[in-house]
Write a protein that binds this ligand. Structure first.
Ligand code: WT7
Length: 658
């Protein structure tokens, strides 16, 4: 490094606040600070600003119906269609030749869909789904990697009013079956395989295994042939080839179905505290308004932009900010099939340069990996097209933030650190890029109209600098409406903790810890429930534990998150063997396999520690906090309240010298 570079590093390291560059502010979609006040004074009517970004079939007359809290309804008497809003209206506006989706496969092949192309394919697939028997309100499951057919299938479902439930392609066959069973889903769209680091992966085999475990009749399965001759697969009785169906419906058109604002747009299963994933229900009017508004206000998306979110559509980030938000705004959204380090560690920067990407949205775990690989990879490319950067999924440490700011943004792009969840539908806490001072490590203030606070266990706001719990005191249009077929668990999981139903006070609890500073900036500290975050993927420790105790030879298991430089957290499994079984390498391998089978490779334990006992409180609860401290080699504090304090030394020794 030159002297000037060293000086720059030192200055950056100390700098705690960053102003958005004037060049950005001048063109920002939102640049007037009064928006915060305006939304506060005008709540809930302020949300018409979001809803009015959409084309409604029938205008709504009521913004918020809170007569049955916490079952809120937004724009309830309006009707619309999400596929119409993401496609048709852009054709009418004269933008049919604008690129909607730029897709790049891992091996370098590309596909470009204009809005007109997207219109054609979505209509044809919607016609095909109808012919297969899909009716309004039937849940269609999708188990697909990052191929254009995934958003096409989602939008085709939206067109005919059939909610989709997308299952991340990296999940196991068992995870697929669990979700299809929970949603009573009788239709599946999948694909034969995809490329990962140059290898053709068989996906349809996993899909078929999952289908074998579905507990009800499956009407039809559509399989996209992604790999061609690379992989032979045969179709079974109720299985149809995507391309054949599309050929049969060539030129077909399907009128967008008029959906009520509160009708379900999709379900998304996510991990919670218990072993069973939760089916988060999002609606057509509120969700689409909210992701459109936040894509405009926070991601600063303009129709002329090329926008790239490197998440997978199998997670909520991809639903909201690859598919629905960007397409609703009529912009160009980039989709990349593969991994950031294939064929080389500059792949993402190569794509930014190739497509002149304006806005780039990724996760801290990716940024930490880029940082580890070194700045020479981005330096090989011209990244000057970038105007705005974003992160999501987990807290970003100031060092990673600054690396991103300097080496990707060239110190000229604001960074939005966006806190939100599957359940919130869209972004909740972040700076507005044309307004807010950025403080690395802190997400920022709540968005206009969002009443997020940091409170103590009694629900009182904590002083600046003190750790507490994040809560949201007012509803917002993008919020989940319930957990599929489980209103009771919805109330229990998110509302019981801080609400006072007798006083008619309803407070949403996202189960995150946080701090707030004197300027009202919120720093999110992480989950306070038994959910861990591995490479930005949310995993329930109970789900992993139940997979482990299902392995022959395991008596009991406890799973916690251990700190990891790149992944954020990794899975640590503490296991007690059953009598008659050795703490063997064979058992360790079967445990890892058991987790991969039940959930997927993302949940694979990094460490399996055999122990004769688990530390338990007198009432018999496993002290996870303690196991976490052991995993992270931290000071343990008082262990005297344990029923079995002696076990702690044993476990500690085993973790240190496995
Ligand atoms: C959990 C939600 C939102 C899409 C991706 C994850 C953590 C998310 C941030 C952030 C600190 C964050 C929280 C949250 N999280 N964004 N900017 N700073 N933590 O969605 O799988 O529903 O997970 O991710 O702990 O509760 P998800």
């Amino acid at each position: 490094m030159s002297d000037a570079d060293v000086e720059l590093e030192a200055r950056l390291e100390e700098q705690e606040a960053f102003e958005p560059p004037a060049s950005f502010v001048d063109q920002a979609n939102v640049s007037d600070e009064s928006i915060y006040e305006e939304f506060e004074e005008n709540w809930p009517d302020c949300w018409t600003q979001a809803a009015d970004m959409l084309d409604w079939e029938r205008e709504y007359t009521e913004v918020l119906d809170d007569s049955d809290e916490p079952f809120y309804e937004w724009f309830g008497d309006g009707t619309l269609n999400a596929s119409y809003n993401c496609i048709d209206r852009h054709l009418e506006d004269g933008n049919k030749n604008r690129v909607a989706i730029k897709w790049e496969g891992e091996l370098g092949e590309t596909r470009t869909y204009t809005y007109q192309d997207l219109y054609r394919e979505v209509n044809e697939f919607a016609a095909a789904l109808r012919e297969l028997g899909v009716e309004e309100d039937d849940v269609v499951t999708m188990y697909m990697p990052m191929v254009p057919e995934l958003p096409i299938a989602m939008l085709a479902c939206a067109r005919i009013g059939a909610p989709h439930s997308v299952v991340f392609a990296g999940f196991s066959s068992e995870a697929l079956a669990t979700r299809m069973n929970a949603a009573d889903s009788e239709y599946l769209v999948t694909c034969d395989g995809y490329y990962r680091r140059g290898d053709a992966l068989d996906h349809v085999e996993k899909a078929n295994e999952g289908l074998d475990a579905v507990d009800h009749g499956v009407e039809a399965v559509v399989v996209k042939d992604r790999l061609g001759d690379e992989l032979d697969h045969s179709l079974k009785g109720n299985q149809y080839d995507w391309d054949d169906l599309m050929a049969d419906h060539l030129g077909d058109r399907v009128d967008p179905v008029e959906r009520g604002a509160e009708d379900m747009l999709f379900l998304m299963y996510t991990s919670g505290t218990t072993g069973k994933p939760k089916g988060v229900k999002h609606t057509t009017g509120g969700y689409l308004s909210y992701v459109t508004w936040t894509s405009h206000a926070v991601l600063d998306i303009e129709p002329e932009d090329t926008y790239w979110c490197s998440a997978d559509i199998g997670w909520i980030t991809g639903h909201s900010y690859i598919v629905y938000g960007p397409l609703s705004l009529g912009t160009t959204t980039v989709m990349y099939e593969g991994t950031p380090d294939y064929p080389a560690r500059d792949r993402l920067w190569e794509l930014v340069e190739k497509y002149s990407v304006d806005i780039f949205y990724t996760a801290p775990t990716a940024i930490r990996a880029f940082m580890k690989w070194g700045s020479r990879f981005p330096e090989e490319h011209d990244l000057s097209s970038l105007r705005l950067l974003g992160t999501v999924g987990e807290p970003i440490n100031p060092r990673a933030w600054k690396w991103y700011y300097k080496h990707i943004g060239g110190e000229e792009c604001p960074i939005v650190d966006t806190w939100w969840q599957t359940e919130t539908g869209g972004m909740m806490v972040t700076t507005l890029p044309g307004i807010g001072t950025m403080k690395p490590g802190s997400a920022g203030p709540p968005l206009p109209g969002i009443d997020a606070r940091v409170v103590d266990t009694n629900g009182h706001e904590v002083d600046a600098g003190r750790a507490g719990y994040l809560t949201v005191d007012k509803p917002w249009p993008g919020m989940l409406r319930t957990l599929y077929k489980n209103d009771e668990r919805f109330v229990e999981e998110y509302w019981e903790e801080y609400s006072d139903p007798e006083e008619d006070e309803w407070v949403y609890f996202p189960e995150d810890g946080a701090k707030i500073d004197d300027d009202g900036y919120i720093t999110v500290l992480g989950r306070v429930d038994d959910v861990i975050n591995v490479s930005g993927h949310r995993l329930g420790t109970m789900e992993i534990e139940s997979a482990i105790v299902g392995v022959e030879g395991v008596a009991e298991a406890a799973v916690v998150g251990g700190d990891h430089e790149v992944k954020g957290e990794t899975v640590y499994a503490y296991v007690i063997t059953e009598e008659g079984y050795d703490e063997s390498e064979d058992l360790r391998a079967r445990i890892i396999e058991g987790v991969e089978d039940a959930i997927g490779p993302i949940a694979r334990p990094e460490e399996v520690v055999f122990t004769p006992e688990l530390p338990k409180t007198r009432s018999g609860k496993i002290m996870r906090r303690l196991l976490e401290d052991i995993a992270n080699d931290e000071e343990l504090g008082d262990t005297s309240t344990l029923r079995n304090p002696d076990v702690v030394d044993d476990i500690q020794r085993k973790v240190r010298e496995p």
